[in-house]
Structures are given as C-alpha cells and as structure tokens.
Design a protein around this ligand. Structure first.
Ligand code: AMP
Length: 608
C-alpha cells in the first residue's frame, strides 16, 4: 500500500503527488501528517527549507477543508513573494484531482486588484506575505471568520524580515479557536515567543538537529588571496562541469561586477539584487529555474526565499556579514534529501569567521585546495567523454550523412577518432590552463609573491589621478553616455573635463572623476532622487561600511525599482543553458558560449 495512503491521505491526493514523484513521505511528512490530520492541535515543526514542509502541512490542509464552501478556511503566511507563489503552486498541484479547490497567492509588488478579484470569486486557501495581507485586511476585502488553520511558514525568516507586528495584527483577525501550525528552520527567542503567545500546548517536532545546518551539505573552504579570488572561483566552477549554483556576494556592486565578468568570460551567469525591478528579478529567476542559467549571482536579501531544487553548489564568494545568513545561504542546496556543497572563498584573516560558523552549524568545514590546471582539464575531459556516451543520437537525420562522415574518417583508426573527438573540447582547456599557476595561498607565499596590499588597487580603481565611481542609474533609465556626462557634471557641479571614462551598463554606470572632484560629486548627489528613486553613488570596489566604518556614499541606500516598468529587460547572459547545450549535444556543459553562440576565449582580459 502506498505509504501516504497509510498515513491517511486520500487517493485523489496520493495520485497527484505520485505524479510529482513522491514515493514515500519525507521525515517531516511522516511525523507531522498524522498529528496535523487530527486537526486538534497547534503545532511547531522545526525543519530546514527543502525538507518537504509544504506537503507536510499542505496535505493535511487539503484533507480537512470543505471545498463545497468558498470561504477562506486556511491562511498560510510566508516571508517572500517567491515562496508564496511556490506554496500556492504546490498546493494546486497536490489538489489536482480534487474539485473546486481555490488557492490565492497574495504578495506585494504585484497588481492588488487581480488578487482582490480572486478573493471575491471565492477561495478556501490564502497564501500570503504579511505586508500585502494586512493591506487587504485593511481594505476589508476578506472575511477570515471561517479560518480554521493558520500556517506560519519559515517563521524565523519572517521575524528576521521585521514582520513581527504584521503577523500579530493578522493573527488577531482570525478566530480564537483556529489551529496554528508554525514551521521554522531555527528557534530563536522571538519565534518561541510567538509559539507561547498564540498557541496552546503545541505539539513540537524536530527534523534534524535544532539550529544546525542540513546534514547533507558538505561545507568546504578555499584559502586564497584577494587578488586570486576571481581566478580561483572560475577554476572551481570549471572543476565542476555540471555545476548548477548560487553564488553569494555581499554587496550589490560586487554581485553586478562578478556577474558581468563571468558573462564576459563566456559563463552562463546572471545577477539578482535589489537594484533590479521585480520584473527583471522574475525574468532572472525564471531563467535559473528553467536551467537556462548555470550560475545565479545574488545578494542575501535578493536570494531570500529562492526555492529551486537540485542546486549543486552554493558558493560564498564573500562570507556573509551576519553569520546566521550562512545557514540560509547553504540551505539553498541539498534540498529534498539531495546532497550539496557549500563553498567559501576566504583569506587568512577570515579563518575565525569559519570557526564561528562551525560552532553555529555544529559541523566542521573541510579545507580544500584550489584545483590545479591539470586537474580541471582532467575533469573536463571526462565530462566530455560522459557527454559523448550519453548524447542522444537522431538516427534518421544522422544516417543520411553517415556514409560521407565514415569516408572522411576512414584513414583514422577507432582510437584516433576517439582521441580527436575528445580533443575538440579538451584542447581549449589545455590551452587555457597551460601555464596556470597554483592559486593556493601557501603556494603563492612559497613563491615569495607580493602581498595583497599593493595588488588590490589596480583592478577596480580608476586611471591615474581619477577615482572610479558607481552610480545606480544606467541605460535602462534611458541615459546615453552623453546624458550621463551632463547629469554628473550638472549634479556634481564639476566640469566635463573632470570626468574620465564612463562605462554605461544596464542598471548602473561606472565613471571616473578627478580625485580632487570626488567630494563635490558626493555632495552634489546627496539626497538626489531620480523618478522617485534615491540615486546612490559609491566608490567602485569600496569595502562595505561594516569592514571599514563609514564608507563614502551618497543617496539613501538601495534604490527601489519596484515601482517602475521593466524597460531594459534582463541584461546579457546566454539563454542557452547547460541543459540546453546538453540536449543539442554541443558545448562543454559549463557555459562557455557567449550570447551569439560563438566560442569565447576564456583567457579574459578582464579587470579581475
Ligand atoms: P519543500 O520543503 O516543501 O519546499 O519541498 C522541497 C522539494 O521536495 C519540493 O520540490 C517537493 O516537491 C519535494 N518533495 C517534497 N516531499 C517529497 C517526497 N515525499 N518525495 C519526493 N519529493 C518530495
């Protein structure tokens, strides 16, 4: 008998989840479903993301709601729009074979009237982010008097994001006798307080150990010098030809810079950060979800709620400022019982941070060596061999050409043909890694190479006598280079002669200003806004203020493009992802094509 049937789930639901590939319950489902099916208790479940929480509460909800009525009976609150959509989609899939199930996703950054219309038509399950939910309650557009269940999903994240008061207000709108089911990856005091204030003798379940990271994640670190970071990062990526990863950076600028550099180097990458409009973010996420992107470069905030399965690697290009965020970052891999690797690129000074994280996650990191060029070549070679082995052959189409192909190759032995096919891709790696140095810190030091201090400046600072600045406006704001020049001169009260190179990008621009005029630019842009958005100026490559205390900065922090249309679309990046190439049987699997489909020389003359 199907184990979900044994737990008390009806046939219609079991059929739907079987189609989704659920063969047996995950540990949280096994434990939570019998408790929640009784419908009698409040409940606290401690479980990481990706453990099957949605079905753990979703299946019991579907079992117990009355779908002949069109009144809201269940409210699921979650921290992000991403998660909100994901939960609503999952519930609809679980309910595929049940009639008249209506689920609405209610979240900010989208048209409220569509959501209100759906609510008016009648829904039994409301999945919502707290801010938008309160808005709708404030409009008296929803009746919660029949709500029987409230689910608080990722409660710790909701509190981290400052939703405490909103949650209190929403809960006070629901009937006293409803049952509350709370799920959280960690149990800080604030979450405990919610449990105490709003729940009666909740049944408590823990899957995995409290406050620890997922057991299936291997935590690794690589010790490298700042100067070598980008090269080492690329080498690690090359070492995993099938990587499908999320790369975390600390700032928006770093995120953009790394993504741009990767794209230039022919990788299949794009960035996700707060300077993008909601539509731009959605586009990037869609490409990533559909595996048309191999590397997603993101800030912590933008990556909240990213919920994509089969992420093979999380790479901490920079360690998070808040150590707690490490758990959230690494939890993006090893979902649904899979294994995953969380990699951190650190310098010697950051070792203490690693030790601190080890304490929090209760697990040791493994120190890894940056692979040597020859090791990367070997990995890539066998990836090519695997690919040849598994490539789909279109018999009919290829047969027509086969006699001619065989004739052209007839002077070669089988072994020679194999060698030549494998060399097609392999040669590029051999060339690229021919004289590749050992990038590990000790090897660098053993060779007596210069320290980081002197080397840092040249990659991001401006030409001699100039400072390179960042501004969060670019071509999507309909600036040309000329427009940008006048804008900078006008606001910064400087002459055109003071401005050096202007590097206009999609959503931002780098420009050089004579060192002597930098202060004038900062002053001139202080408090300036553009179409209702704060204009932000930063010194390019500057360290975040927490490292230094008081970096130079103008404007009010991250500009929010949410209210604006998506004029520029997402920038760059190949739409031909790893899987795509696999299907077409060309390419090497790690995104070495540019957008025109041309091969790119990986030896980039990049700033990094
Ligand atoms: P969640 O933690 O609910 O986001 O689930 C993570 C992923 O695991 C989702 O893609 C689910 O579809 C999948 N999943 C959940 N439960 C099971 C199960 N029992 N068997 C297989 N996959 C599952």
């Amino acid at each position: 008998m199907n184990p979900f049937l044994e737990l008390g789930i009806r046939h219609e639901i079991v059929n739907a989840i079987t189609e989704l590939g659920f063969e047996k319950p995950s540990p949280i489902q096994e434990k939570a479903i019998p408790v929640l099916l009784t419908g009698n208790d409040d409940f606290v479940g401690l479980a990481q993301t990706g453990t099957g929480k949605t079905a753990a509460f979703g299946l019991p909800l579907l079992e117990q709601l009355d779908f002949s009525s069109k009144q809201p009976q269940a409210l699921v609150l979650c921290p992000t729009r991403e998660l909100c959509l994901q939960i609503a989609r999952d519930l609809e899939k679980f309910a595929k074979y049940i009639d008249n199930v209506h689920v609405v996703a209610v979240y900010g950054g989208a048209n409220i009237s569509d959501q209100l219309r759906q609510i008016r038509r009648g829904v039994q399950i409301v999945v919502a982010t707290p801010g938008r939910m309160l808005d709708i309650i404030g409009r008296k557009a929803i009746d919660f008097s029949n709500v029987r269940y409230v689910v608080l999903d990722e409660a710790d994240e909701m509190l981290n994001m400052g939703f405490q008061e909103d949650i209190n207000n929403i809960l006070s709108e629901t009937p006293d006798d409803k049952k509350t089911w709370l799920f959280s990856a960690t149990m800080p005091r604030e979450v405990r307080r919610i449990a105490q204030n709003y729940m009666t003798n909740p049944q408590e379940l823990t899957v995995g150990t409290k406050n620890t990271g997922n057991e299936n994640i291997e935590h690794q670190y690589f010790m490298i010098r700042a100067k070598d970071k980008y090269a080492a990062f690329k080498r690690i990526v090359d070492y995993y030809p099938e990587i499908f990863g999320i790369v975390f950076c600390r700032t928006k600028i770093e995120t953009q810079e790394i993504a741009e550099a990767l794209i230039k180097d022919g990788y299949n990458a794009d960035s996700l950060h707060g300077d993008l409009s909601q539509q731009q973010r959605d586009k990037v996420m869609k490409r990533y979800r559909e595996r048309n992107l191999q590397l997603l470069i993101a800030t912590d905030v933008a990556a909240r709620g990213i919920d994509v399965n089969d992420v093979t690697h999380v790479i901490n290009y920079s360690l998070p400022d808040e150590t707690e965020n490490y758990t959230h970052r690494s939890g993006r891999t090893a979902r649904a019982g899979k294994t995953g690797i969380s990699i951190s690129l650190i310098n010697a000074k950051e070792m203490s941070k690693i030790r601190h994280i080890e304490k929090i996650i209760g697990k040791e990191f493994i120190r890894k060596q940056v692979p040597q060029g020859t090791e990367v070549c070997e990995k890539q070679l066998f990836a090519i061999v695997d690919k040849v082995h598994n490539v789909e052959v279109h018999e009919e189409q290829i047969n027509a050409f086969l006699p001619q192909i065989l004739e052209s190759l007839q002077d070669l032995s089988k072994e020679e043909v194999i060698k030549k096919f494998a060399s097609l891709e392999f040669n590029r790696f051999l060339n690229y890694y021919q004289d590749a140095p050992d990038l590990n810190m000790e090897a660098r030091e053993a060779r007596g190479e210069r320290g980081e201090r002197g080397e840092r400046g040249d990659r991001r600072t401006g030409s001699k006598g100039y400072t390179r600045l960042f501004i969060n406006l670019g071509s999507v704001d309909e600036f040309s280079r000329g427009d940008m020049l006048s804008y900078i001169c006008n606001k910064g009260k400087i002459s055109g002669k003071s401005v050096g190179k202007i590097d206009l990008k999609g959503v931002f621009t780098f420009f050089e200003v004579l060192d002597a005029d930098v202060d004038s630019v900062f002053q001139g842009f202080n408090g300036v806004d553009f179409n209702g958005r704060n204009v932000r100026i930063e010194v390019s490559g500057d360290k975040p203020s927490s490292d230094r205390g008081g970096r130079r900065r103008s404007g009010g922090g991250g500009g929010d493009r949410r209210d604006r249309g998506d004029r520029g679309g997402s920038r760059g990046g190949s739409s031909r992802g790893g899987r795509d190439r696999e299907r077409s049987g060309s390419g090497s699997g790690s995104g070495f094509r540019d957008f025109s489909g041309k091969r790119r020389d990986r030896e980039s003359k990049n700033r990094y």
